[in-house]
Design a protein. Structure first.
Ligand code: GDP
Ligand code: ZN
Length: 307
């Protein structure tokens, strides 16, 4: 029976079968998935094949995992050479940010967007707490909207507190599998509860099952949207991380740099001090925003010191 993974505890999974029933599923033996070295063989969003073990206990054994369309991962906290897959088979990723209480840094947004590029997941940026924005923040928002839309990202403004702009966000979620991310405090859970009062996210627990073997670390969980589609919440997961990205590759994950770098004189151009660099020229010409270029340089520097 085909099923989809809604939650992973590391040792067992919540799987929703095609028939709509929910099962507590496990893997038997060792399951190898080619091409990926991850600490977790199965992730939220995975499509699997499973055999019902006991109808009464609603338990099942996973025998196979279907090919993933994509996935997002972070470096395993226990072994930096391994990935921990956060979620898979995503249509898009929504990054919740704010310009006030707490202000999200642009560097953080750019790191997140780079991860989305690297994992082939389209990204949408949702600015929340619009009700708190004064002239300064509204101007900042307009500037950022201009920058990120020019690069190709969807940018939205909303206020969960005043229920403004929520329909637009909701429309984007319809019939899609969306990963929701953001620093804590940006209003992600308030947003979800406001949009879908039918379920109370933080209290929607899988009842009747023991939390035995559950990691104290947080993990992703998928929820059905009443009007079609799914969201995957990632409580506590602050960053996707720049898994396996080398310094030389970094510019590829800035779409506005990627499309121009073939015009650099040197094909190994790092877009720093090299002559006839198309990227630096585009910054001078105002075609690439200075803020994004600064982010590129800053992230490059942190990579230098990390390696
Ligand atoms: P999370 O950590 O991203 O899930 O953030 P929460 O949903 O817990 O929200 C953090 C705080 O921000 C709470 O006190 C919310 O009431 C508040 N908050 C959420 N959305 C808004 C908003 O649009 N405007 C204002 N002023 N406060 C908000
Ligand atoms: Zn260059």
């Amino acid at each position: 029976m085909r099923a989809r993974i809604y939650k992973s505890t590391g040792s067992w999974y919540v799987a929703r079968a095609e028939n709509g029933e929910t099962y507590q599923a496990r893997i038997k033996g060792v399951m190898k998935i080619e091409g990926i070295t991850s600490t977790n063989p199965i992730a939220v969003g995975d499509e699997v094949e499973m055999e019902i073990e006991a109808v009464q206990e609603e338990s099942a054994i996973i025998s196979e995992i279907y090919d993933r369309k994509n996935y997002v991962a972070r470096v395993s906290p226990h072994n930096k050479h391994q990935h921990h897959i956060i979620a898979s088979n995503l249509d898009q990723s929504l990054l919740f940010v704010t310009l006030k209480d707490p202000k999200t840094s642009q560097g953080f947004m750019d790191r997140f967007l780079i991860s989305c590029e690297a994992f082939h997941v389209p990204a949408i940026i949702v600015f929340n707490k619009a009700d708190l924005y004064k002239k300064k923040e509204l101007e900042k928002f307009e500037r950022l909207k201009e920058i990120y839309e020019a690069v190709g990202y969807t940018v939205l403004l909303c206020s969960v507190a005043e229920e403004k702009g929520l329909e637009e966000v909701k429309a984007l979620l319809h019939n899609k599998v969306s990963l929701l991310s953001g620093h804590s405090g940006v209003g992600k859970s308030t947003f979800i509860n406001a949009l879908f009062p039918e379920f109370n996210l933080r209290t929607q627990e899988v009842s009747g099952w023991s939390g035995k073997g559950m990691h104290t670390t947080t993990f992703a969980e998928m929820f059905d949207l009443p009007e079609g589609g799914h969201i995957i919440d990632t409580p506590g997961i602050r960053e996707l991380g720049l898994v396996d990205i080398s310094k030389e590759e970094l510019a590829h994950y800035f779409p506005e740099m990627r499309e121009r770098m073939n015009d650099c004189q040197f094909n190994n151009c790092m877009h720093i001090e090299e002559p006839n660099c198309a990227i630096k020229q585009a910054v001078i010409d105002g075609e690439i925003s200075e803020e994004r270029y600064i982010s590129y340089r800053t992230i490059l520097d942190t990579m230098e010191s990390e390696w």
